[in-house]
Design a protein around this ligand. Structure first.
Ligand code: FE
Ligand code: FE
Ligand code: MG
Length: 175
């Protein structure tokens, strides 16, 4: 842990325990996003399954990197990343959308909804940080930029998929 590193955040007037809670909730989202992409890529079916699965696998890798960045920052702030995967489901902000329909078009729609939720999560984190913790802020901005790219990548792919694919949720945020 970084004693001084945590102190400067506290002195800036940020509730570090609350920040740690928000970072840990996002950490749960990242693991679930990773798995939703990873397992979806494994089962994808349909004409465009190849390129869609390739993009999903790339995104899976990036979600795992996000989890790593969050875990690193949580530790620096003297917190602990959630240790029991059973808690991921309870603590996450975004619903895990079970890829029970292997059609690539449906998988795309689900993952777009998840990216939109992720964007909201990081937007809310930036709002909470309110410029008081530039180190965490930098990490969140990097992750947010990836999520915005992910949403756009999937929206572009969805345009290439024939037929209507808009029967799913627009955003997977738990309400
Ligand atoms: Fe992510
Ligand atoms: Fe993403
Ligand atoms: Mg991409």
């Amino acid at each position: 842990m970084g004693m001084k590193g945590r102190q400067i955040v506290e002195r800036a007037g940020l509730d570090v325990d609350k920040l740690l809670n928000l970072l840990n909730k996002a950490y749960c989202d990242e693991w679930l996003a990773y798995y939703q992409y990873w397992v979806g890529a494994k089962i994808a079916e349909g004409v465009l399954a190849g390129p869609i699965a390739a993009e999903m696998m790339e995104h899976a890798k990036e979600e795992l990197e996000h989890a790593g960045k969050l875990a690193g920052r949580i530790s620096q702030l003297d917190g602990k990343p959630i240790l029991n995967p059973a808690d991921w489901y309870k603590e996450c902000n975004c619903e895990y959308l079970i890829p029970s329909d292997p059609q690539a078009a449906v998988l795309l729609r689900q993952n777009i909804a998840s990216e939109r939720c992720a964007i909201e999560v990081y937007e809310n984190l930036l709002e909470f940080i309110d410029g008081k913790d530039p180190v965490t802020e930098d990490i969140i901005i990097d992750i947010l930029a990836d999520e915005v790219e992910h949403e756009d990548d999937l929206e572009q792919l969805a345009k290439a998929v024939p037929g209507e694919v808009s029967d799913g949720k627009e955003c997977s945020k738990k309400r």
